[in-house]
Design a protein. Structure first.
Ligand code: DQQ
Length: 538
C-alpha cells in the first residue's frame, strides 16, 4: 500500500482501509448518529470478498468514531455475506435492522437483527433473530433469488401493519416489492408491488419517504401520510448506476405509488448528475431534517485502488426537502459541515471579463468550500440552443470549458495545477432557445483535464438547471476534498459529484480559479472561499 495518499479525503467519510460501498441503516439513536456501510474487510480496496457492515458513530455527521464490524456470518441466512439494508425504530424505541443476507447457495434473503443491549447508545453488538430469514424467494412468489435485496426503512399505517420495500426485477421489469408485517418477524408479500417499471432492469436500494409540500427545509418521519406531504420513490438503477427519483402520491388504500410526472424517461430526476449511487435517506428527529447519504465510488482502476489500499467514500450528508415548485427536491450539505470552515477569502464584487481567470488566493485549494454567485445580462451574442441537444451530459462533453460561447462557460477551475495542466472545471453555459427568448442553462463538471494520469475514468457530467438566469442569477457551491468535487447549483437545485486524481494539483500545490471563457463579461456578485479543516474520521 502506498505511503503517499494524495487522494484520501479530509472531511468525507471513509474507512481507514479496504473497500466500502453503500451506506446502510443510518439512524439517530439516543442522540447519536449511526452510519453503517457495506464493507469488504479484506483485499486492500478490491471489491472481491464477502460483505459485512462497517459501523461508525457521530454527534454531528462530520466527525466519526469507528465501532466494531457487525453482521458477520452468524447463521445460514447470512453465511456468505450481509448486503445492504435499513434500520427502523419499532415500538417507539427498539432499532431493528432489516438487511439482505447471502446464503451458502448465494441466494438473497432478508434477515432481521436487534441490538444485543438497547441501553448501549453505541449499539455495538447486534444479534440475528433465530426466525431468519424473515423473507425469502420461493417458487410461489416468483422471486428470483439473485434479484431480491436492499430492504428500506419500514413505515406503518393505521391498520397496524409495517410495510417495507425490497428491490427486485423480473426479466427487464424493475420492481419495488412490498411486504407487510404486524410484528416485524412474519412478513407477507403484497399481491402487487408498490411500483414497477418495465425495461429498467434491477432496482437496487429503493428508498421511499414523505416530504412536506410547504417548501420548508424540514423533514418528516417515514410513516407520515396525509395532505401535507408528497412521497419520493428513489431507486438505484443497476444497469446505468444512476439514482433516480420521482415525486408523487402514495395511495394508502391501494398501497400503490403514483408518480406525478412519469418515472423513467430521459429526463428522470437524479439526486446527482455525476457519481452518486446506492443512496439512502433517514429522518433525523433531533434536527427535524431528512438526510441523504450516498456511496461515491472511485473513478480509478482497481489496480490503483489496491495500490492505495482503499476504495469508496461517502458524499457529504445532504439535507433534502421538496422545492416550492413541488416538482423536484432541493439538496444542501448539512449545516454542521460549515464548522470546518476557516480563513474565509472574500472577493469584492467584480466583473470577470470574457476570456479571463481570477485566482482565489490564500486558500488550501485541495480542501475547500467555495461559494460563488454570478449576475448575467441579456446580451446580443448568446448561443442559440439547438432543439436536438437533449442530452446535457453529451452537450457538456462537446462544449468543454475551453470552448468559448456567448455567455459562458464561466465557473470554477478546481483542483488546478499552477500551469493549468490539470483542473476539474465546474461551470455554466447559457443558451437562448431557438425560437423564443427563453434561456437554457447548462451546468457541467468536466473531468477531462483533471489528471495527467491517463487511466482514471474522466467522463464529463452535465445537467440542465431549471432557472431564469437573468432574473434569479446563478450560483455554485463547490466542496473540494483532494479527490472529490461536489458541486451544487443555485442553492441545491442540481448537483454534480466527480472523483478525480490529479498528479500535480495535490496538497499545497493545488490552486483555485474563477474563470470566464465566454465572449461576454459576467459579474461575480459574491465569492467566499473557505479552507476546510480536517474532520476526525478514524
Ligand atoms: N450493493 C450491495 C447490494 C446492493 C448493491 C452489495 C448496490 O445490497 O444491491 O454490497 O451497490
Amino acid at each position: 500500500i502506498s505511503a503517499d495518499q494524495p487522494y484520501r479525503t479530509a472531511y468525507h467519510f471513509q474507512p481507514v482501509q479496504n473497500w466500502m460501498n453503500d451506506p446502510c441503516g443510518p439512524v439517530i439513536y439516543k442522540g447519536i448518529y449511526h452510519l453503517f456501510y457495506q464493507y469488504n474487510p479484506i483485499g486492500n480496496g478490491s471489491p472481491d470478498g464477502p460483505r459485512v457492515w462497517g459501523h461508525s458513530t457521530s454527534f454531528d455527521m462530520v466527525n466519526w468514531s469507528p465501532q466494531p464490524l457487525i453482521l458477520e456470518p452468524q447463521m445460514v441466512s447470512n453465511m456468505n455475506g450481509s448486503y445492504s439494508g435499513s434500520i427502523t425504530i419499532i415500538q417507539g424505541y427498539i432499532p431493528a435492522i432489516l438487511f439482505t443476507g447471502i446464503t451458502p447457495q448465494n441466494e438473497q434473503v432478508q434477515d432481521l437483527a436487534f441490538p444485543k443491549d438497547i441501553s448501549d447508545p453505541y449499539l455495538k453488538e447486534w444479534v440475528l433473530v433465530p426466525e431468519n430469514p424473515v423473507m425469502s424467494p420461493t417458487l410461489e412468489n416468483n422471486i428470483n433469488a439473485s434479484s431480491f435485496r436492499d430492504p428500506t426503512t419500514a413505515w406503518r399505517l393505521s391498520d397496524g401493519n409495517w410495510r417495507v420495500l425490497i428491490g427486485s426485477k423480473i426479466d427487464r421489469l424493475g420492481l419495488a416489492l412490498l411486504f407487510r408485517s404486524m410484528d416485524f418477524i412474519n412478513w407477507v408479500q403484497a399481491d402487487e408491488p408498490l411500483y414497477s417499471y418495465d425495461q429498467t432492469g434491477m432496482w437496487e436500494c429503493p428508498d421511499f419517504f414523505p416530504v412536506y409540500i410547504n417548501g420548508f427545509p424540514i423533514g418528516v418521519d417515514t410513516s407520515a401520510i396525509g395532505p401535507t406531504v408528497k412521497h419520493v420513490l428513489k431507486v438505484s438503477l443497476d444497469d446505468t448506476k444512476r439514482d433516480i427519483y420521482a415525486i408523487g402520491t402514495y395511495d394508502t388504500t391501494k398501497d400503490a405509488y403514483i408518480p406525478d410526472a412519469g418515472f423513467l424517461n430521459d429526463s428522470s430526476l437524479r439526486y446527482d448528475y455525476g457519481k452518486y449511487y446506492a443512496s439512502k435517506t433517514f429522518y433525523d428527529n433531533l434536527k427535524m431534517q431528512r438526510i441523504l447519504l450516498s456511496w461515491i465510488n472511485e473513478s480509478s482502476t482497481v489496480e490503483d485502488d489496491i495500490k492505495k489500499g482503499w476504495s469508496g467514500i461517502h458524499a457529504i450528508p445532504r439535507r433534502v426537502w421538496l422545492d416550492k415548485s413541488r416538482k423536484q427536491l432541493i439538496q444542501w450539505p448539512i449545516a454542521e459541515i460549515e464548522r470546518l470552515r476557516v480563513n474565509p477569502v472574500i472577493l469584492p464584487t467584480q466583473v470577470i471579463k470574457g476570456g479571463s481567470t481570477i485566482e482565489i488566493p490564500r486558500i488550501t485549494a485541495a480542501q475547500a468550500d467555495v461559494e460563488i454567485s454570478f449576475r448575467v445580462r441579456d446580451m446580443p451574442i448568446i448561443e442559440r440552443f439547438d432543439a436536438s441537444w437533449t442530452n446535457p451530459q453529451l452537450l457538456c462533453s462537446q462544449k468543454g470549458p475551453t470552448v468559448s460561447g456567448g455567455l459562458g462557460p464561466f465557473g470554477l477551475l478546481t483542483l488546478a495545477s499552477t500551469g493549468l495542466e490539470e483542473y476539474t472545471a465546474v461551470f455554466f453555459r447559457i443558451f437562448k432557445a431557438y425560437d423564443t427568448n427563453k434561456f437554457i442553462v447548462l451546468m457541467c463538471s468536466d473531468q477531462s483535464r483533471s489528471s495527467l494520469n491517463p487511466t482514471p475514468d474522466k467522463t464529463t457530467y452535465g445537467t440542465f438547471v431549471n432557472v431564469d438566469p437573468i432574473r434569479e442569477g446563478l450560483s455554485l457551491r463547490v466542496l473540494i476534498d483532494h479527490s472529490i468535487v461536489e458541486s451544487f447549483a443555485n442553492k441545491g437545485k442540481n448537483v454534480i459529484t466527480a472523483r478525480v486524481y490529479p498528479t500535480l494539483a495535490i496538497y499545497d500545490k493545488t490552486r483555485l480559479y474563477a474563470f470566464n471563457y465566454g465572449v461576454n463579461n459576467v459579474d461575480i456578485t459574491w465569492l467566499t472561499a473557505w479552507s476546510m479543516r480536517k474532520a476526525n474520521i478514524a
